[in-house]
Design a protein around this ligand. Structure first.
Ligand code: ATP
Length: 199
């Protein structure tokens, strides 16, 4: 599986719809300071379901929407679409191409799509987790990341391997199931108390 293309509309400095096609081999992005190279990486993370505006170098999520320039006025939404080449069927439930899209509006809400069908954020995250790409994925090595892995404790380091191996997805599902069971236990206990009072 590889990233085949990235399309940005109103994302940070990319006011106009811009599509970048990638090669299956190594790709390099070059350009002057401030030309938007890092914005491209952030756009990919945004489409993958990133929730923190701060980790996209903003104060809030809305800061990623094109804020206007000397000649262009600000926009009301930012849209990013990524196309994955899945011809190796790493994502077994999908065809040769998978398109993932996210739109963020000024009110802070987001729409997510997989192959043009509206889906939940969780579905997009699950899709990437199935490919071993999670929230803190090792697919993005930022400045200082290598050092932080070297310095991390064994539990955090194990988390890195779990994510890459695709196990993390099941851990999240388990956590959700346990929390649902706890909530059910609580309700059962409440009903028992009510029954006791009625008897
Ligand atoms: P460097 O080589 O210095 O790291 P870069 O090529 O990685 O730079 P980026 O950091 O990706 O550049 O882009 C920064 C540019 O994006 C700045 O000019 C900034 O004004 C612009 N920018 C960031 N957010 C927005 C926004 N919401 N609307 C418009 N422009 C934005």
């Amino acid at each position: 599986m590889y990233l085949k293309s990235l399309t940005l509309t109103g994302f940070k400095s990319f006011q106009k719809k811009t599509t970048i096609d990638f090669d299956p081999q190594i790709n390099g992005v070059i350009g002057p300071n401030g030309s938007g190279k890092s914005n491209l990486i952030e756009a990919i993370r945004f489409a993958m379901g990133e929730q923190s505006g701060k980790s996209l170098r903003g104060n809030t999520m809305k800061d990623i929407i094109f804020s206007g320039s000397e000649t262009e006025s600000a926009l009301n939404r930012a849209k990013v679409q990524i196309v994955l080449d899945n011809s190796d069927h790493l994502l077994s439930e999908f065809g040769d191409l998978v398109e993932v899209g996210r739109t963020l509006y000024r009110d802070g809400t987001s729409d997510y799509q997989i192959n043009k069908q509206n889906v939940r954020q969780k579905d997009v995250q699950n899709l990437f987790l199935s490919a071993g790409l999670g929230r803190d994925t090792m697919a993005f090595i930022n400045q200082g990341k290598v050092q932080s892995i070297i310095d991390s404790d064994p539990v955090s380091r194990r988390g890195v391997f779990e994510e890459v191996a695709g196990v993390y997805k099941y851990k999240l599902n388990r956590r959700e199931a346990v929390s649902n069971l706890d909530a059910t236990d609580f309700e059962v206990q409440r009903l028992k108390d009510l029954l006791f009072e009625l008897n």
